[in-house]
Design a protein around this ligand. Structure first.
Ligand code: UGB
Length: 598
């Protein structure tokens, strides 16, 4: 107590609260008054922040932690009483009549949507030194994830506004959740690139705070090993996005502006926008309050499984079961082999890709009750079987896909499954770990993420009638991948499959070693035969017909060793660089009608 002499009344209240909550150890090694007074004040500033940033303050945090730690010690199954089964959802088949109808509806709806990117994670598994959204999603054009996301949202906005006509034009809001690990660099990336063409007022950054670490089962808060006047903190998880959207007032402002949908997505999926129009169409047609996007899942893949959980008392919900919990849950409920593939070669449970589409009205109603608090969990690593001590401090965590857990049974919770090639290719694993992924399971590396974009674009053009060569197999950073023609189009060229189809006509062919970059809205590919590299750019008012036979040395992929530190990190983590030997490059910067003939 004698240590607290110079403190304000607010700080004294915080100190009393900590003492009442069994946290006296935090003050144990404090010297007497007059020594380190600034540091002591700094300590209380941090306590005040931790207290303010958790619903119910530190008292609730410590109480919740004690309960969850006791359950964990007891080995209590969080799904106790629930039996998992495979739910049914909407299954999309790319390019069929249904798919195109859903896309059409999606474009009608997208002007009433807001997009939310969760980008507070450091990407420990990837081990990249920068922020993940600054990584190129592909190196043909060098477009980084954040630029790609913004271009995609602007292209959807353009498509929606063309449909709406002169009045009722929309600017689609874009919120980004950052953390102390990513905030500054995300702001710098946006500001140094003029927000990648978006209006700065369209973009809102919400920074999540870390939560206090816990040293033992009594939820004693951990002192920072490097500073005795600081509590050690760690990230609380992507689930924070809900409380931040609520407390920032953004959700209400979106509701007031007449918006209907909120679309959540993660930091490194270069394919995601290809499936957005159709999936939003599904939400609208099926009247889903919650729509989780999913892909076929390989057993033990590090993505959650979407399951229907039915309780002995009759309750049931469709929810993500996280990848580390699916196997024990299955084993505990009569599936002795746990998380395994069935005769299709995939897990029967669709894989959660953590893209969620929520209907705004019911979402706001629910958050009025919960203030965005999401069911938490704790995952301590115990020193031994007595489960009394931890190997290192732990903390409570929460996940954004657990939002439906508090919803009443009347809520319409559904999901939409699409082909992996169309919608999911995240960049999460470093080259060494990716090379160790069991054969047949996806690598989720920078290499596979980039190759997946070429593959998807090739398959889409193939479906639209372009003759595209089969891929070749190559090994980069110890990972064998399919290498398709390097075809890239900017989102403004086409946001739906029917738009792609309207822009490629006649007899077109593209060889496997070719590269094609389309950077313009009104570029029409007709009777093109490409064997080499072609880069076409145009302003919106220029209409360009691209055709004829083009042949040159093209752009060649050259192997790079992931350990070669003379090569920039963003290149060496993919194991190849592009040698731009020769290309036909055209830029139409004035309005008008043009024909590109070689
Ligand atoms: N993120 C934050 O914004 N804040 C945080 O505190 C933590 C993360 P990871 P994870 O689709 O591949 C998720 O680490 O959590 C952001 C799903 O839970 O990449 O292991 C972070 O920046 C899982 O069910 O993934 O697994 C990133 O954008 C499965 O769907 C996002 O949250 C898996 O993703 C995800 O963080 C997947």
């Amino acid at each position: 107590q004698s240590n607290l002499g110079l403190l304000s009344s607010e700080q004294i209240e915080l100190a009393k609260m900590l003492l009442q909550m069994g946290q006296s150890h935090l003050f144990q090694h404090w010297p007497g008054p007059g020594v380190d007074d600034d540091e002591k004040k700094g300590f209380f500033d941090q306590v005040a922040r931790l207290n303010a940033n958790y619903p119910g303050g530190l008292v609730s945090y410590i109480k919740n932690a004690r309960e969850l730690l006791a359950d964990s010690k007891e080995g209590k199954n969080p799904f106790d009483g629930f039996t998992p089964s495979v739910p049914t959802g909407e299954v999309l088949t790319f390019g069929d009549v249904n798919f195109m109808k859903f896309e059409e509806t999606g474009i009608q709806e997208v002007g009433d949507a807001a997009f939310v990117l969760v980008a507070g994670g450091l990407g420990e598994r990837l081990g990249y030194n920068g922020i993940k959204v600054a990584l190129p999603c592909e190196t043909t054009t060098g477009t980084c994830f954040l630029l790609h996301y913004i271009e995609s949202i602007l292209a959807l906005q353009g498509a929606s506004n063309r449909l709406r006509g002169g009045e009722n034009q929309r600017e689609i809001p874009f919120a980004i959740m950052t953390s102390d690990d990513t905030h500054k660099r995300t702001v710098e990336l946006l500001e140094s690139n003029d927000y990648f063409g978006m209006k700065p007022t369209q973009v809102k950054l919400l920074k999540q705070e870390k939560v206090a670490c816990l040293d033992d089962n009594d939820a004693r808060l951990a002192v920072d090993p490097h500073n005795k006047y600081k509590i050690q903190t760690k990230p609380h998880g992507h689930g924070d996005v809900h409380s931040l959207l609520y407390s920032s007032g953004l959700l209400n402002s979106w509701l007031d502006a007449g918006l209907k949908w909120v679309l959540f997505f993660q930091d490194t999926n270069g394919l995601l926008f290809k499936a957005i129009p159709a999936s939003l169409g599904v939400s609208s047609v099926r009247k889903f309050h919650v729509n989780s996007l999913a892909v076929p899942r390989k057993a033990k893949e590090a993505i959650g499984g979407i399951a229907k959980l039915t309780h002995a008392d009759g309750r049931s919900m469709v929810i993500n079961v996280e990848y580390n919990q699916l196997d024990p849950l299955l084993r505990a409920t009569g599936h002795p082999d746990g998380d395994v593939n069935d005769e299709t070669g995939y897990s029967p449970f669709p894989g959660n890709i953590n893209q969620l589409i929520l209907e705004l009205g019911p979402y706001v109603e629910e958050l009025k009750k919960t203030r965005g608090a999401i069911k938490e969990f704790v995952n301590p690593k115990y020193k031994d079987a007595s489960k009394t001590a931890f190997k290192s401090s732990t903390r409570l965590e929460c996940m954004m896909q657990d939002y439906p857990k508090t919803l009443p049974p009347t809520a319409r919770v559904g999901f939409t499954v699409m082909d992996t090639w169309l919608g999911y290719a995240p960049v999460k694993n470093n080259p060494e770990d990716a090379a160790k992924v069991p054969k047949g399971n996806p690598y989720h590396s920078a290499t596979s993420g980039e190759m997946a974009i070429y593959r998807a674009n090739s398959l889409i053009l193939r479906k639209a009638g372009v003759q595209i060569d089969d891929p070749v197999h190559q090994v980069f950073n110890g990972q064998e991948v399919e290498v398709w023609s390097r075809i890239i189009w900017k989102p403004k060229w086409a946001v739906t499959y029917s738009e792609v189809k309207s822009k490629v006509t006649g007899n077109c062919s593209i060889s496997q070693r070719s590269t094609m970059v389309i950077n313009g809205r009104n570029i029409f590919v007709e009777d093109l035969s490409l064997d080499g590299a072609l880069v076409v750019s145009s302003v919106d008012d220029a209409e360009v017909k691209v055709g004829g036979s083009i042949q040159n040395e093209g752009w060649v992929l050259e192997n790079v060793d992931c350990k070669d530190s003379s090569v920039p990190e963003e290149i060496r983590i993919r194991g190849f660089r592009i040698n731009k030997a020769e290309q036909l490059e055209k830029n139409y910067s004035e309005p008008g009608k043009y024909e590109l003939e070689p």
